[in-house]
Ligand binder design. Structure first.
Ligand SMILES: Cc1ncc(C[n+]2csc(CCOP(=O)(O)OP(=O)(O)O)c2C)c(N)n1
Ligand SMILES: [Mg+2]
Length: 329
């Protein structure tokens, strides 16, 4: 079924189909990455966002072309939902010359300025001041854009977040603080490292806090739209999305610290399964949804093959793009 026929089948609910497609692309990409990593085809560490796809799809659905975002070590979903070129993304993660950053950034530093993707980030909480600076630039230059900082619950106890909330409130910056609360920071549950509540921290600075089920793509898209409207019209807002991390902290982490009940409950909350069930309820045929899965997986497989065929960066060019030539300023 082509997308026009599919959209017709579900009438006014085509937005959910778009969100579902985005989530399927993230899932197929990260499922492929999991295997590539296990097979030793990806240099460095990767952290997958399987289970968190609805946050990426929902939040990015509310952004416009002028908007910017900064993300975390678990940022693949965000850049995919923002529309990063898939071929370049796989080349970047596989360390190839044709990647967005010429294979030099890898998973934790993917950036694409053309799409307003300021970068993924290995330092917990560092996406927040980066996006804050971008929000200030939007305001100063009157771009009409907003900046989004994705961060995990692990950043809630960090001073960088608290300082950024203060500055954003003081200057009424057009910014959304998106917390992806998956309940874990590496191998520790949130409760073991944070005594407060994000809503209270936001409230302390007079910033509005929106709480949403981040495994519900439509609810997240609605909440993100509300947050984006608020950021554009009024100033900063915190959007806390409750979600679930399916895989370990990093690929290869056996997750022995999670109990079997929590692992078993994951399937029931799977955001992709939930949107699929909803689309079927709205009248889409399971076979048509399966066809979208197959198309998506084929697209990912082609991107992987193209990456394998791409050259590794030239060793002699290691320092290219690292230093600005003298006299350039
Ligand atoms: C400033 C800083 N402290 C500690 C680390 C080590 N570290 C890497 S990821 C992580 C946990 C992050 O948890 P969270 O922010 O909830 O993100 P999640 O991994 O759950 O997506 C930690 C402590 C780091 N990279 N940077
Ligand atoms: Mg976390």
């Amino acid at each position: 079924m082509n997308s026009r026929t599919a959209k017709k089948a579900i009438g006014g609910n085509s937005r959910l189909l778009d969100l579902h497609r985005t989530m399927l692309l993230i899932r197929a990409t990260e499922t492929a990455l999991s295997k590539l990593f296990a097979d030793g085809e990806i240099p460095g560490f990767i952290h997958l966002s399987l289970g968190q796809e609805a946050v990426a799809a929902g939040v990015c659905s509310a952004l416009g072309p002028a908007d910017t975002l900064a993300t975390t070590h678990r940022g693949h979903g965000h850049v995919i939902a923002r529309g990063i070129d898939l071929g370049g993304f796989f080349k970047e993660l596989m360390g190839r010359e044709g990647g967005q950053c010429k294979g030099r950034s890898g998973s934790m530093h993917v950036a694409d300025m053309g799409l307003g993707i300021l970068g993924a980030n290995g330092i917990v909480g560092a996406s927040v001041p980066l996006a804050l600076g971008s929000a200030l630039a939007h305001q100063t230059r009157a771009t009409g854009g907003i900046a989004v900082a994705f961060f995990g619950d692990g950043a809630m106890a960090e001073g960088a977040l608290h300082e950024a909330l203060n500055m954003a409130a003081l200057w009424s910056l057009p910014m959304i603080f998106v917390c992806e609360n998956n309940g874990w920071s590496e191998f520790s549950p949130t409760a073991r490292q944070f005594r407060g509540k994000l809503a209270n921290i936001a409230g302390a600075f007079g910033i509005r806090h929106i709480h949403v089920d981040g495994n519900d793509a439509e609810a997240t898209a609605d909440a993100a739209r509300e947050a984006a409207d608020h950021a554009r019209a009024t100033g900063p807002v915190v959007l806390e999305c409750m979600t679930t991390r399916f895989h370990g902290h990093f690929e290869g982490d056996p997750q022995k610290y999670r109990d079997s009940e929590e692992m078993a409950a994951m399937a029931a909350g799977d955001p992709v399964a939930r949107s699929r069930a909803r689309l079927i309820e709205l009248g889409m045929a399971a076979a048509d949804l399966d066809a979208i899965v197959s198309e998506t997986e084929a697209r990912v497989a082609a991107a992987v093959e193209a990456s394998r065929a791409d050259a590794l960066p030239d060793f002699d060019a290691t320092l290219a793009d690292v230093y600005t030539p003298m006299g350039a300023h």
